[in-house]
Design a protein around this ligand. Structure first.
Ligand SMILES: *Cc1c(COP(=O)(O)O)cnc(C)c1O
Length: 520
């Protein structure tokens, strides 16, 4: 493809994107294809001769779009939103026009410096204190591809920090005047298999996954319904003390602000308070979904921002969920950048540069496991400038308002109940015939069964998309349904429509259940 062919094909691509968005509310949110649909339509190896680009481009509409689940659809209420904006589509196109792997400052100075600037904009937007800002010279932020990458990176940083602490306690002396501690193999061998990670039963799978990758145990501390599924300081302390009594070494806690199942907010203040007694333990706060809501000052206290600022060693928020930034854009901020670089700076001669040797630049490869990295900051830069803080806040408030309006409707329903207080733009509910007095005795298992039936019915539909979850707690396990708002194209009428469908399907499940009861 030459420049003029690109110009034409590029304009055509933009036209088809515009058509797609002009019609998105009329397309069923879920892909209506069966497994293997695409594999069966494509040749089994690449063509010998090059093909006409217009044909290739048409196949996107013919073959790919039918197999797309429309995350930007106004009827997408599953998982969490993963909003995309036109600003970011242009940003991605421009970023790929100057494609480069960005691992060192010298790879493209703009990539590193724009990232430093916008990640600090983001930190300030969310009310993170100066200690997390790059301009402090001590802390700083980086953009990663996912909250899981952030958590894994925090895990490696935490392990290396703990081993350095243990080396110091065992009399190892710093190897240079900067106080760099080399961890001797003897220390690593003696202690690294005793390390333990903590989270709660509500922690995202990233906790257990990091544990697998590091080859260490993960303690999923139980939570209770009366705490609204939040991890408390007391439960954490109990788990930590039990491990210490066994000769194990707690070194990492994953606390969550806005859990995936219910949007629960762990008691960060309590947890941080407990951890002051265990200074080797690293606290990572996973605010993947809810973190952007810190942009609203009135939500900082309920989301325990003070605790984050006071106690967290690292913090993650996904701008690629609710935060208007096209996937992927995970903000990862640390209070001490050396926690990252002392674990991840491995510099063979071919990666050295005079600027890095002089200590005047950041080479982001030393802040992450991978070497190469995408130019993601341009997306966030465009979004924050185009929306402004006010526009960003208004977008968040719209999702929260939709949720509050829906909450009123569900509360008035005679069949449905909200199982835990709605969190920001997430509502979690279930069908409960006992809500209207007549059928007051119904046990947990039966309720779970009814709700599984309801979810199965909803999941067979293509016009709305919701997700299921099971809430594990000290008291009971509850099968429930989640409805996550905050989509950039979602209007309240779309939420009402989704709820109408839920009620219809619920009605059917209930009458079947009643008929069955009558036969027993
Ligand atoms: C979505 C989510 C994650 C996972 O995010 P990725 O960026 O896909 O890794 C982790 N934690 C919480 C609380 C989430 O909501």
């Amino acid at each position: 493809m030459d420049i003029e062919q690109f110009r034409k094909a590029g304009y055509a691509a933009v036209d088809s994107i515009c058509d797609y968005y002009a019609n998105i509310q009329n397309v069923p949110v879920k892909a209506q294809v069966q497994p293997g649909y695409l594999i069966d339509q494509l040749p089994t190896s690449a063509p010998e001769d090059g093909q006409e680009f217009s044909t290739i481009q048409q196949d996107f509409g013919k073959l790919i779009l039918p197999g797309i689940t429309h995350w930007q659809s106004p009827s997408f209420f599953a998982y969490f939103p993963s909003n995309s904006t036109f600003e970011c589509m242009i940003a991605d196109m421009l970023a790929s026009s100057v494609s480069n792997p960005g691992f060192n400052w010298i790879c493209s100075p703009a990539c590193t410096e724009l990232e430093q600037v916008v990640v600090e904009w983001a930190a300030k937007l969310l009310g993170l204190e100066k200690t997390f800002w790059g301009s402090s010279g001590v802390g700083g932020g980086v953009i990663m591809g996912s909250a899981s990458d952030c958590a894994f990176t925090a895990g490696i940083a935490a392990r290396e920090r703990a081993l350095r602490d243990l080396a110091l306690q065992n009399g190892v002396k710093p190897s240079d005047k900067n106080g760099q501690i080399e961890i001797p193999d003897t220390i690593r061998n003696e202690y690294s298999q005793k390390l333990v990670i903590y989270g709660s039963t509500q922690t995202h799978s990233l906790g257990a996954k990091t544990a697998v990758m590091l080859g260490l145990p993960f303690r999923a501390v139980p939570v209770s319904i009366e705490d609204n599924y939040a991890l408390t300081g007391a439960s954490l302390k109990e788990a930590i003390e039990a491990d210490i009594a066994q000769g194990l070494i707690p070194f990492l806690v994953y606390a969550t602000v806005g859990t995936t199942s219910t949007g629960a907010v762990d008691k960060i203040d309590e947890i941080g308070g407990v951890l002051t007694n265990y200074p080797t333990v690293f606290l990572h706060v996973d605010a993947a979904w809810a973190g952007v809501a810190y942009a609203l000052p009135e939500y900082r206290a309920p989301l325990e921002l003070n605790g984050v600022n006071k106690y967290a060693d690292s913090f993650c928020a996904n701008f690629h969920k609710w935060g208007l930034t096209t996937f992927d854009c995970s903000i990862f901020c640390v209070k001490n950048r050396k926690d990252l670089t002392q674990a991840l700076d491995v510099t063979p001669t071919y990666l050295r540069s005079k600027e890095a040797d002089a200590g005047t630049v950041i080479d982001y490869r030393n802040w992450q496991p991978a070497l190469g990295r995408r130019f993601r900051s341009i997306k966030l830069w465009f979004v924050l400038r185009s929306y402004g803080v006010k526009g960003f806040q208004q977008h968040l408030l719209r999702g929260i308002e939709h949720c509050q309006q829906l909450e009123k409707i569900v509360k008035q329903s005679s069949k449905f109940e909200i199982v835990t207080p709605p969190s920001l733009a997430l509502i979690v509910f279930r069908l409960n015939p006992a809500k209207s007095q007549e059928n007051a005795n119904i046990d947990d298992d039966e309720l779970n069964l009814i709700n599984q039936k309801l979810f199965t019915a909803l999941d067979l539909r293509y016009d709305i998309f919701l997700t299921q979850t099971v809430l594990h707690s000290k008291e009971r396990n509850m099968f429930v349904i989640r409805l996550a708002m905050g989509g950039v194209h979602t209007k309240f009428s779309d939420v009402e429509n989704a709820w109408r469908i839920v009620e219809e399907e619920g009605e059917k499940v209930l009458s079947e259940w009643k008929a069955q009861k009558a036969m027993e």
